[in-house]
Ligand binder design. Structure first.
Ligand code: ADP
Ligand code: ZN
Length: 523
């Protein structure tokens, strides 16, 4: 007969040694296990690889009854159960791929109290009869894996997860442990509220990845920027994320045409096609994968040296997860993002259409992403702050830290821009305003008669990108705002008027070119 354990931290440590072969818990694991053994609802927010599984598996082994694990990924379920069995822990899974007779025999093992962990898909858990079946068992705890699936967003949202609140209603005495690797405050709140957790203990471990060099550069000539980047990083494997399938294919073709071993990957391809590209990337036959966010879930390639975001991502959780695919080996790696204001506008349109119920939340998340992209202070601080962490000092490994912007008195420049906005009767978009300031003679300028206004060409001494940056700073500082409903035209605020009339000074920041901020990843 298997050894029986008391539900104490001491026996937890013995189980860790006996079944997993590890000598000690990682710092947070022990506190989490204590919380679970005390019967408390518990939320675990820990990055991938942090060791979440042990946190509920060990308490499951030493508790009376069966721990029911809800997991959304059928493929991973099988792997996890096999790993447990390999360690000598009795476990099983039930999902749509398991036949009826096998389900019956698993049910029998549960009734006998032999099974320590039972993995189920949310569909199965919520299907008729299953909760009734669970009521006849001794359920030690519920572990909700990938708990962020309960909250909003994108490819990870699972509507079934929102039904999991019935667990609290039907099993008021059974503790619930929610685990996830994505953990901004909003998701965290959603998890607690939707699962109806009862004063849960929340454990948040560090999300910092100090080996990632974080860089944002303006989204002008992105392909050119990528080719230059690849020149500086010859042979290094990396992933380019973009928003649409079409874009994946076009970019990959452009890279191929320049002799780069590139391939594309998106959900519109057949499983065979996707498998082949993935394999080639793992074998280093392909150097660059151009992919939608569909790529990367469950991919284990430790020598990905860089991740490029061709567009602004939709939110910081997604960004963090995607850049996390670079530098898993701990060696220096680069996360480069292209950004310009047009990205925000197209994402706004996309989000508004995508899911009307979630628009406000998603727009808020997009705003945070935009703030990150436009930041003038340490980006890692902003990123970690989003996950509820504070970094004592600037990181020294982002573009802002490596090449801090210099501040100067930008009042005169701002007045030129504001005056042009006013003289164009607040009808100009950012691009048109810059063209007018720089004295360009294109169709939009000429047909509006803007070459006749007094400030036409008043900023011809500055390159496009400098103006671009200054106007964004003016937006962020609240001198201007964008009327989305009026063709994205720029409007002047009260604060802007004060600057225009000389009642107020405006400091501006000058940013350095991105390549200067890049950390070499090879000698
Ligand atoms: P997560 O689910 O958070 O992504 P896992 O539970 O898969 O992480 O754990 C990641 C790796 O760390 C696994 O190989 C696991 O066996 C190992 N691990 C977990 N806890 C410990 C520990 N206390 N000591 C040593 N290795 C551990
Ligand atoms: Zn920094």
């Amino acid at each position: 007969a298997p050894e029986t354990f008391e539900p104490t931290v001491d026996s937890a440590r013995r189980v860790l040694k006996q079944y997993y072969g590890y000598d000690a818990f990682r710092p947070m694991q022990q506190d989490i296990i204590e919380s679970i053994l005390a019967g408390r609802d518990t939320v675990v927010l820990m990055p991938t690889g942090g060791g979440k599984s042990v946190c509920f598996q060990v308490p499951a082994v030493i508790s009376e009854g069966t721990c029911v694990v809800v997991s959304p990924l059928i493929a991973l379920m099988k792997d996890q159960v096999e790993a447990l069995k390999g360690n000598g822990i009795s476990a099983a899974y039930i999902n749509s791929s398991v036949g009826q007779s096998e389900q019956n025999s698993i049910a029998g093992d549960c009734m006998n109290g032999h099974l320590k962990l039972l993995y189920v898909s949310p569909e199965k858990l919520l299907s008729s009869g299953f909760l009734q079946f669970l009521k006849r068992l001794k359920v030690s705890m519920f572990a909700i894996d990938e708990a962020h699936c309960i909250s909003s967003w994108g490819h990870d949202f699972r509507p079934e997860y929102t039904q999991l609140r019935v667990l609290r209603e039907q099993f008021p005495q059974v503790p619930i442990i929610a685990l996830t690797a994505t953990a901004d405050r909003l998701t965290q709140r959603d998890i607690q509220q939707q699962l109806r957790l009862n004063e849960p203990q929340v454990f948040l471990s560090s999300f910092d990845r100090p080996n990632l060099n974080l860089i944002v550069r303006p989204g002008q000539d992105r392909i050119g920027g990528i080719l230059e980047f690849l020149d500086r990083h010859p042979g290094e494997a990396g992933i380019i994320y973009c928003l649409s399938r079409k874009q994946c294919e076009t970019i990959s073709q452009k890279l191929l045409a320049k002799g780069i071993r590139a391939g594309h990957y998106h959900a519109g391809m057949t499983p065979n096609q996707r498998g082949a590209v993935q394999e080639a990337f793992l074998r280093d036959d392909i150097q660059v994968i151009v992919a939608t966010i569909a790529f990367g879930m469950g991919i284990d390639k430790s020598n990905v040296r860089w991740v490029i975001h061709y567009n602004l991502p939709k939110n910081i959780e997604g960004y963090y997860q995607e850049i996390g695919r670079a530098g898993r080996d701990g060696a220096p790696a680069t996360a480069l993002m292209f950004y310009n204001f047009g990205d925000v506008m197209s994402l706004r349109d996309m989000l508004t259409k995508e899911n009307p119920h979630l628009t406000q939340l998603n727009l808020t998340k997009l705003e945070r992403m935009q703030q990150f992209a436009e930041a003038a202070s340490c980006r890692r601080k902003i990123l970690l702050n989003y996950f509820g962490e504070t970094l004592g000092q600037d990181c020294g490994n982002c573009d802002i830290c490596r090449n801090p912007p210099t501040t100067f008195d930008g009042t005169l420049l701002a007045q030129k821009a504001l005056s042009a906005v006013a003289r164009m009767r607040e009808r100009a978009s950012i691009g048109l305003l810059i063209d007018v300031l720089r004295g360009m003679r294109n169709q939009a300028v000429l047909s509006g008669g803007y070459d006749q206004i007094k400030t036409y060409g008043a900023g011809a001494d500055l390159p496009y990108l400098d103006w671009y940056s200054y106007i964004h700073q003016m937006l962020n500082d609240g001198l201007l705002y964008i009327a989305y409903e009026e063709g994205y035209s720029l409007k002047i605020t009260e604060l802007g008027k004060e600057v225009l009339q000389g009642q107020r000074q405006l400091p501006l920041k000058k940013f350095q070119p991105a390549e200067k901020a890049e950390k070499p990843t090879r000698a």
